[in-house]
Write a new protein. Structure first.
Length: 247
């Protein structure tokens, strides 16, 4: 993270650290509407202090997923709580910000035109995927976790387990795991070499960072949550079978 030089223009500063664009946006400043303005002038006219901006910039730089290995000793309920928090950040902060960046792009060439056309559909599909995941996978795993930790109603668990299958969900997840492939192909893997438009560079950098977040998110689910959930499912199925035998 760079030290902020208030005597430089927003364009110069954002060129060196694209995350500054997000920090400014948090305070209501779209850098691309003030490209040639010095940061000190923006701070004066926007009633933002340099310290406030630095704190937000630091917070955004530190907003990263731990690797999948970090979660191997966590219970499934804690993993799901973490993943749900990530979903919240995607829906409430990251996607709206990227969406606004793209909506405000000048429609000057095929890349900007296609991004403006395609991204709203990618965003809509991704949000649907998140809600479906929370309503099915997370719901079921938490039911299994609850049943493994305390007494449960056998008939209720049998009904729940007849509707869901961790193995089936895992297979579906593997096949439906790359929401950003179309954007990657469209942007040539987010290439900014030779690009002069700083606004478009920020868009591609943010899309790339989001894609990397999703990759780590998927690894946490595929390498940690699903294996733990499979073990839980087998454990609860055994409990249910043994409990029914006693009747």
């Amino acid at each position: 993270m760079q030290n902020l030089n208030v005597n430089k223009s927003l364009q110069e500063l954002v060129e060196n650290d694209y995350v500054l664009a997000h920090a400014l946006y948090f305070f209501g400043v779209k850098f691309y509407e003030h490209k040639t303005v010095l940061l000190k002038e923006v701070l004066q006219t926007s009633d933002i202090t340099e310290e406030q901006l630095k704190r937000k910039l630091k917070e955004l730089h530190e907003e990263e997923f731990p690797g999948a290995e970090f979660f191997k000793f966590f219970e499934v309920d804690a993993i799901i709580e973490y993943l749900k928090h990530a979903h919240y950040l995607y829906i409430k902060e990251k996607l709206p910000y990227i969406s606004r960046l793209i909506a405000d792009l000048q429609d000057t060439d095929k890349l900007t035109h296609d991004l403006k056309l395609i991204f709203p559909y990618v965003m809509e599909d991704f949000i649907k995927h998140i809600y479906h995941e929370e309503d099915s996978l997370f719901y079921y795993v938490l039911k299994l976790h609850g049943a493994s930790a305390s007494t449960f109603n056998e008939s209720v668990m049998l009904e729940v387990m007849s509707k869901y299958s961790i193995k089936r969900m895992a297979a579906h997840h593997e096949n439906d795991d790359d929401e950003m492939k179309g954007i990657r192909d469209l942007t040539n893997n987010y290439t900014v070499d030779g690009m002069r438009d700083v606004h478009l560079k920020v868009v591609l950098k943010e899309l790339q960072a989001f894609d990397q977040d999703l990759f780590i998110h998927a690894r946490i689910e595929n390498e940690v949550l699903f294996p733990k959930a499979l073990e839980l499912e087998a454990k609860v199925a055994k409990y249910v079978a043994e409990s029914i035998k006693t009747y």
